[in-house]
Design a protein around this ligand. Structure first.
Ligand code: ZN
Length: 434
């Protein structure tokens, strides 16, 4: 059992938090509501891949009261730039515990973390949907409070610290400081805090309500080559709206209503099929995390009364793949922030018929169709650069020009739910005149 490998301190904290967070009948189990005293629910990640929860203060006791900003603090560099912020999912990476002289190291650590995240599917296939911004928070001292031991205290820009709530691997941060730095980036859809430490650790803040619009913060140790998995799991919540698939042995039987999340359910496979509900479309299919999709007992913190789609996806343990329902939800989440088609030629502008027009399809396999005033120009199907003169004005009304529209659809077999498929189509239009 994974639990036995936890230290008793972690187990005690996790168990007491699980009891605190126990949902009343009818409530969704992973929505414990506001934590007492303004505290926040976070996730804590054991080295063996196990995941638990704790309640923490959003305020770091180690954040230095610094009347004057350090020089060059808050500079923003693009690590990955695939397009304008309104057409891409913008990831903001903020460094902590890096001094002014260590900002190059921070950028390298941030790039390595993004590499680690974007190696996991469906990130790998969809990597061109993302921009990644590095925000250079300058710390007065190098390193992170709590590394190597509890006695180590450092003056850092975000006040990050290990041993949060007496849990060594729980890497907490000052949430308001994160917000201040995230605001410096052009856009923040996801926030990742990279701490200047090689010690394994991190945290997932998934009930953050930021005015900037991002829904979660993941903290990870920059020098640890497994900590990027923490960010992947956290985006399962923020982008995929997925529930946790792990549970606590002492939590009893889930008595509540059918949960809203797509990856946990009170329904058996028979009922899913009969009611055409939850992940019934995926039942019996081979899942990337191993085995076939079914209904495995335990999930959403309860060992009984609730099912998860597969034995052990990344929503249960780090280092694993998303299962098929999870992958579907992630892709839909990507497309809430990013589009199937972009162009450096502004949409809705007026173009001269002597020119050419180019569009970009960021995701491999995306299909493309062109329309003139709603009629498809079938000979242009799939072409990303078209000479505007090639189809002239014959198609235009009244000989004064026409509306040219490009429609791009991602036909991925990884999204089956018809309710999600509309977000997999995007279009751009222009006016073409002589
Ligand atoms: Zn989680």
């Amino acid at each position: 059992m994974r639990k036995r490998r936890w230290t008793s301190a972690i187990l005690m904290t996790v168990m007491s938090m699980a009891i605190l967070a126990a949902a009343p009948a009818g409530a969704v189990p992973d929505d414990p509501g506001p934590a007492p005293g303004g505290r926040q629910q976070v996730e804590v990640f054991a080295e063996d891949g196990g995941i638990g929860r704790a309640s923490v203060s959003p305020v770091s006791p180690y954040l230095a009261d610094r009347p004057q900003a350090l020089a060059a603090d808050g500079a923003v560099t693009p690590l990955v730039q695939n397009g304008s912020t309104d057409t891409k999912l913008d990831v903001v990476v903020i460094g902590d515990g890096y001094t002014a002289a260590e900002q190059e190291k921070f950028r390298a650590d941030a790039a390595a973390k993004w590499q680690e995240v974007s190696a996991v599917e469906p990130y790998a296939t969809y990597r061109n949907l993302f921009n990644v911004w590095a925000v250079e928070a300058v710390s007065a001292q190098s390193g992170i409070t709590g590394d190597p031991d509890r006695a180590a205290v450092r003056d850092t820009a975000l006040g990050s610290y290990f041993w949060c709530e007496d849990i060594e691997r729980l890497l907490c941060v000052d949430v308001k400081a994160v917000e201040r730095y995230a605001a410096k980036a052009p856009q923040a859809d996801l926030v990742l805090v990279v701490a200047n430490s090689a010690k394994y650790g991190g945290a997932g803040y998934n009930d953050v309500q930021s005015p900037l619009g991002y829904e979660g913060i993941a903290t990870v140790a920059g020098g640890n080559n497994r900590s990027g998995q923490i960010a992947v799991h956290e985006t399962g919540h923020s982008l995929g709206k997925l529930a946790d698939e792990y549970y606590y042995d002492g939590q009893g039987t889930y008595q509540g209503a059918e949960p809203a999340e797509s990856n946990i359910s009170t329904l058996t496979t028979d009922r899913m099929r009969r009611e055409r509900a939850k992940w019934y479309r995926w039942l019996g299919r081979t899942s990337p995390d191993g085995g076939t999709v079914g209904a495995f007992v335990g999930g959403g913190y309860y060992p009984d009364g609730i099912f998860r789609p597969t034995e052990n996806s990344i929503m249960r343990s780090l280092g694993r793949e998303f299962n098929l329902p999870g992958r579907e939800a992630m892709i839909a989440g990507f497309y809430r922030h990013a589009t199937t088609i972009t162009s450096t030629t502004p949409a809705n502008s007026t173009l001269d018929s002597s020119g050419r027009l180019t569009v970009d399809l960021p995701v491999p396999g995306t299909t493309l169709r062109w329309y003139s005033d709603g009629r498809e120009l079938t000979h242009l199907r799939g072409r990303t650069t078209i000479p505007l003169s090639s189809f002239g004005f014959a198609a235009g009304p009244r000989g004064i020009g026409y509306r040219l529209t490009a429609v791009a659809t991602d036909p991925t077999p990884d999204v089956l739910d018809p309710a999600l498929r509309p977000s997999l189509t995007g279009s751009l239009s222009w006016w073409v005149t002589g």
